[in-house]
Design a binder for this molecule. Structure first.
Ligand code: TRP
Length: 449
């Protein structure tokens, strides 16, 4: 595919909504609040914000610049600069494939819970809600129906292309998501008894910051900003030549951070107002919140809005997980977009079937002590993303050269990039690779912080 015929986003806002759509997902609405709860409330928030600035935005600029410069997605981008680095792009493709196969399952849960919320959640007892969740996700057939619906929506949007698919739907879904989350946050913080939740979420206790907090924050920065697998690189390759990279690369992480912050404002005040515990992980959103909504006045309305919000957020992230895989088949194997989308989307769904079944009938099959669902999450999150993120940072800084990257990021010096020199000489060269390496080595247990 030549540079001339390649599709681009139609507008700056189109890119921003699509990239924000990629970034804002389950990572913000489910994972972020639970990490905040676990790692010291506002203290975690502050550490996280610093890391978004010194590593998240830094790597974001690197991926977008590499994509736009080469006008290629993952594998092609590395190849265009140094062919021997093409396998780094391939790690990202494999990571995207694995993430989407279980992400699609959770996306399916959000659709099911949307319908459940409309019908009204049955009980304010988290035990009952926990049983409801457990029996749904372990059922051999029903979650698959919803995963199929979710994957069909994902495939349909990517199939429709950049402007008529990803950009068009992101432009509708992202503002809708924003409106819903603001309404929900207002509802939550005005509930009687909300202040205990606000205190838990916003009053910093710096003594809670440990090495583990720093690791959790950095891992979250990567996951939530969609870094390390080429989602952002690929979207960057569709960014037009005259757009301002430093500006879009700050706007998107800020929007992502704002939505994560609002998700905490939705969840903690409501959970505390009804006297529940801010329990961890999937339980918070799929077990505790249904109990909360069954108590809340107009809980049907707010509950269904909440699960619709999760659905929208997951969908715009899922399309960004599928797009690099599809772009790879188009660019490197000459496939046509529609064929690539349908075939790759279906294979990912097929793996997703086994991931879903591994929560139920196949739960006896374990590899390394983990069922397939957890294994896909573990290998992609703890190994593939950090390795490819680290190699991407090294590649941009040292192989392509951070001065060349800076030229691209500033449109040959014509747009302002206030901290451009710091970015090129310090942050992308040393700070980002060293910190990512530390997180990676400690997440696989090779070093202790
Ligand atoms: N950032 C998304 C979320 O927070 C998930 C996601 C989309 C992602 N593309 C990615 C994570 C690429 C890592 C890498 O839910």
């Amino acid at each position: 595919m030549t540079g001339e015929s390649r599709e681009t986003f139609g507008s700056k806002m189109g890119f921003i909504f699509a990239a924000a759509g990629s970034a804002i997902g389950l990572g913000n609405i489910w994972r972020f609040p639970y990490l905040v709860g676990m790692y010291g409330g506002a203290a975690f928030l502050i550490v996280y914000l610093v890391m978004v600035a010194i590593i998240g935005i830094v790597c974001f600029v690197a991926e977008v610049s590499l994509g736009r410069h080469t006008r290629q997605s993952n594998v092609g981008a590395f190849k265009a600069i140094k062919p021997s680095w093409a396998p780094v792009g391939l790690i990202g493709i494999i990571a995207g494939f694995m993430i989407l196969s279980f992400y699609g399952v959770v996306g399916g849960w959000s659709i099911y819970y949307f319908f459940k919320a409309i019908a009204g959640f049955p009980s304010a007892d988290p035990g009952v809600c926990g049983d409801m969740f457990g029996s749904f996700v372990s059922h051999p057939v029903s979650p698959l129906i919803f995963t199929a619906l979710f994957m069909i929506a994902t495939i349909y949007i990517v199939y429709s292309g950049i402007q008529d698919g990803i950009e068009k739907y992101s432009n509708i879904m992202m503002p809708a998501l924003f409106v819903i989350i603001v309404i929900l946050a207002i509802r939550s913080v005005t509930l009687p008894g909300a202040s205990a939740g606000l205190e838990f979420y916003l009053k910093p206790d710096f003594s809670k910051i440990t090495g583990e907090t720093l690791l959790a924050a950095l891992g979250q920065v990567f996951f939530t900003l969609s870094l390390g697998m080429g989602s952002i690189l690929t979207y960057g390759s569709y960014l037009s030549q005259d757009e301002n990279i430093p500006s879009v690369c700050t706007t998107v992480p800020l929007m992502d951070t704002l939505i994560a912050f609002l998700a905490g404002l939705v969840i903690f005040p409501a959970v505390f107002a009804y006297g529940f515990e801010p329990t961890s992980g999937g339980g918070l959103v799929f077990i505790t919140l249904p109990a909360v909504f069954s108590e809340m006045p107009a809980g049907i309305l707010f509950g269904s809005a909440f699960f619709f919000l999760i659905f929208l957020a997951a969908l715009t992230s899922a399309i960004s997980l599928l797009e690099p895989v599809v772009a790879y088949m188009i660019e490197e194997h000459g496939w046509e977009r529609r064929r690539a989308t349908v075939i790759m989307g279906s294979i990912i769904f097929a793996v997703g079937i086994f991931a879903s079944l591994s929560n139920g009938v196949l739960s006896g099959f374990k590899i390394g002590g983990m069922v397939l669902f957890d294994l896909l999450d573990y290998i992609s999150g703890n190994w593939l993303l950090p390795i490819s993120g680290l190699l991407t940072a090294i590649f941009v800084a040292w192989v392509w050269g951070s001065d060349n990257a800076l030229q691209e990021a500033t449109n040959d010096g014509t747009v302002e990039f206030a901290w451009g020199n710091l970015w090129a000489n310090v942050l992308i060269k040393y700070v980002a690779p060293i910190l990512i390496a530390i997180v990676f080595l400690s997440s696989i247990g090779l070093i202790k912080v």
